[in-house]
Design a protein around this ligand. Structure first.
Ligand code: NDP
Length: 444
């Protein structure tokens, strides 16, 4: 049995009932085969893949807090510190009822390669809780965040582990988490990124993941003989990533015509009105029905369906496993030429394969959504320097990072005989740097 197959079996055996985690490890290890095979004996001897797939530590803790009715609520909090071979642990915090060990480990594992791809010195981690922020008052959110940080603070620090936002964690939550960390530790340090601008946040961090996705998509299209300008885009999600992807798409001359949330989706033939979308989602925190009500030409549909809209480029920006085989078939039938993932693992494995075998350019999230964590690392640099860079400076660094990521991914794919397969390219490019650092640091 090959080394990759042995490790896959072992991961499934050692981590029962964790389907998202199995899916992520399988996707990564399968695509690493050409790189592993070139060095199989050495990697096997030092158990490199066993060490890479086993987190440095997985922390689980109780989060107790009191709701507005005086009732005590209890959630599970998590932090996986996956690998710090190339820098301090870094990765977001997700607050969503679907969060469990499997989801956190899948995200943390993917984060290792994504962070490596940015070219910046950051290791892989992820965290969160099965807490549902929907419908909670500000006071309840604060109570939850303070309780969460009262446990998490023991494990994080500016040079140890620097969490950020993810689903359900935006500026408000990061503010409450930061306040509690500072109160307990008594130090003013860059322990979180995505902070408010008045307390150490970076300009352009809010926009970074969505903007970065578009910078990379533009480069991928350009290198394959297409222009982004003039293209019709379908986007899923209506959160941080989707909103700023839509904003940058307009700025680059493309036309985004859809967005979605967990209850429905909008098709706006005139193109999504990003100011209205921000108002509905960021300010009023309403459902997308409010968008459709305010925009007479837009159509609201309950449930799923954005992938049925004809487009040139599709950008899944909501959550994992939201673009299935039948969606991929529909995209191909409608003439879609490129899919770039804004969310983490939104496309199922069979859908990815279908897109790739039908000539659709496909960029995996660990490359195409790396702009968020890259800009978080730029926030860490600014905090360490005690300086603030201008929006233009951060944005232009972001753009350069995304263009570099695409070219690294593209050339790794070519070097390992998989030209145009950006899944293989991203995983191999991310892996090689981490593997070299792990080998150099000995058996730890
Ligand atoms: P947000 O919470 O801001 O937005 C998520 C969006 O997706 C919302 O519109 C939400 O709908 C929708 N959504 C969430 N879960 C589901 C579900 N199970 N089914 C259908 N729709 C759902 O999160 P972000 O925009 O920050 O993150 C989106 C994705 O991008 C995630 O996969 C995240 O891991 C990834 N990502 C985010 C980065 C960042 O910097 N924010 C960086 C890199 C990756 P509703 O409004 O109804 O909740």
């Amino acid at each position: 049995m090959s080394y990759v197959d042995e490790v896959l079996e072992r991961v499934i055996r050692q981590n029962p009932a964790q389907p998202e985690f199995h899916q992520a490890v399988k996707e990564v290890l399968e695509s690493l085969r050409p790189a592993i095979e070139r060095n199989e004996e050495a990697y096997r001897r030092e158990a490199l893949l066993e060490r890479l797939t086993t987190p440095d530590r997985m922390i689980q803790f109780r989060v107790s807090w009191v709701d507005d009715q005086g009732q005590v609520q209890v959630n599970n909090g998590y932090r996986v510190q996956y690998n710090n071979a190339i820098g301090p642990y870094k990765g977001g915090l997700r607050l969503h009822p679907s969060v469990n060990q499997s989801v956190i480990k899948f995200l943390g594992f993917e984060q290792i390669f994504k962070n490596s791809l940015t070219g910046l010195p950051i290791g892989g981690a992820k965290g969160g809780a099965d807490f549902d922020p929907k419908g909670k008052s500000d006071r309840e959110i604060m109570a939850f965040c303070q309780s969460f940080m009262t446990e998490l603070y023991k494990y994080v620090g500016a040079d140890i582990d620097v969490p950020a936002g993810d689903i359900g964690v935006g500026g408000r939550e990061i503010g409450y988490l930061y306040g509690q960390y500072k109160r307990i530790r008594g130090t003013y340090e860059g322990v979180l990124t995505g902070k408010g601008l008045s307390f150490g946040g970076s300009l352009a961090r809010t926009e970074a993941t969505g903007y970065g996705l578009l910078y990379l998509t533009e480069e991928m299209l350009k290198c394959n003989g297409h222009a982004l300008a003039g293209k019709t885009l379908v986007v899923s999600g209506a959160g941080n990533v989707a909103i700023y992807a839509i904003e940058k798409a307009w700025q680059l001359g493309a036309k985004p015509v859809t967005c979605s949330d967990s209850t429905g989706w909008v098709y706006d033939p005139e193109g999504i009105d990003v100011a209205l979308l921000k108002q509905v989602k960021e300010v009023r925190r309403e459902r997308l029905t409010a968008y459709a009500q305010a925009r007479p030409g837009a159509q609201y549909h309950p449930g799923k369906g954005v992938w049925s809209v004809p487009c040139d480029v599709a950008l899944p920006c909501a959550t994992q496993n939201e673009l299935f085989l039948e969606d991929a078939q529909q995209l191909v039938a409608n003439g879609c030429i490129a899919v770039a993932e804004g969310a983490n693992m939104p496309t199922t494995l069979d859908a990815t394969e279908y897109l790739q075998t039908h000539g659709v350019l496909f960029c995996p999230g660990k490359a195409s959504n790396a702009g968020g964590v890259a800009t978080s690392a730029l926030e860490m640099s600014q905090n360490s320097q005690r300086l603030r860079w201008s929006f233009e400076e951060v944005d232009s660094r972001l753009q350069q990072i995304m263009v570099n990521i695409f070219h690294n991914v593209d050339s790794a794919a070519r070097e390992y005989g998989a030209e145009g397969n950006y899944v293989v390219g991203a995983n191999i490019a991310g892996f090689l740097k981490v593997a070299a650092a792990m080998t150099a640091q000995g058996i730890v």
